[in-house]
Write a protein that binds this ligand. Structure first.
Ligand code: SF4
Length: 249
């Protein structure tokens, strides 16, 4: 059953309609939250509508204290279970032994290996048994995400993948946060619009795109960590409305 979000009265109602439809279409959907501002908006909307969408966080072991504090704030504020997945200790120990704790600065291969151990493998465990996952990705976050769609197919895992805020502008995001008094990472106010692991994230300078502070020492590589593998866009027939514009942009 689909919901035509074109008819929703406001961005909030349109977002709730998108989330409701995802919850109706899937038995075991889950939000993969990085505790970024977008993920906090999605958590807020999911909690507000009391939807059966699970929420999980990957604690890589290298997160900022501010990010871990936000996790506790979110638990208190929303009273929902937020499951935490961590990397496998033997894999982390082997990486540190072979490459050093901060071996990711040595090259792209070392960086991808670290992200694989600390992020991608825990994500695979978190998504085992799930039939859909949600992310807070937006097109406005940078060139790598310019063609992002709301509704995709995670071909690697064979499940649905949704980016319910894909078409939201920065303004729309921050208007929602202000309207709903959504808690956000204290680092945002210090110039961190995109927050990952502590050693791999820096504040951005005026005019830089939102993800310029991620793996800033790398040149000419995609600013992604392997969590978001290539997906295919789902095409719909006229009989099934798309999860189209929320009017939030
Ligand atoms: S972002 Fe940095 S510290 Fe975090 S998993 Fe990737 S390489 Fe490792």
């Amino acid at each position: 059953m689909g919901i035509d979000t074109h008819t929703a009265a406001s961005p909030d109602a349109a977002l709730a309609a998108r989330l409701r439809r995802i919850a109706a279409d899937h038995a075991r959907p889950a939000l993969a939250s990085s505790l970024g501002a977008e993920d906090m908006v999605l958590l807020d909307a999911i909690a507000e509508a009391e939807l059966p969408i699970a929420v999980f966080v990957i604690d890589t072991g290298r997160l900022h204290d501010e990010t871990l504090q936000l996790l506790e704030t979110a638990r208190r504020r929303y009273g929902r279970a937020i499951e935490v997945f961590r990397p496998l200790e033997p894999a982390v120990e082997a990486y540190v032994r072979d490459h050093g704790l901060n071996g990711f600065y040595d090259g792209v291969a070392e960086r991808h290996l670290c992200c694989g151990i600390r992020k991608v493998e825990p994500l695979a465990r978190a998504l085992a048994g799930r039939d859909a996952w949600l992310t807070g990705q937006r097109r406005a976050q940078g060139p790598e995400r310019a063609s992002l769609r709301v509704e995709e197919r995670d071909v690697e895992r064979g499940i649905a993948k949704y980016n319910p805020l894909a078409d939201w502008s920065d303004d729309a995001l921050w208007r929602y946060i202000e309207r709903h008094d959504v808690p956000v990472n204290a680092l945002r106010a210090r110039g961190y619009p995109s927050i990952g692991c502590e050693p791999c994230t820096r504040a951005i300078k005026p005019g830089e795109d939102a993800r310029a502070g991620r793996w800033w020492w790398e040149r000419g590589t995609a600013k992604e960590c392997g969590l978001h593998l290539p997906a295919i866009v789902v095409e719909h027939t006229a009989a099934r409305p798309t999860l189209s514009s929320t009017g939030a942009a």
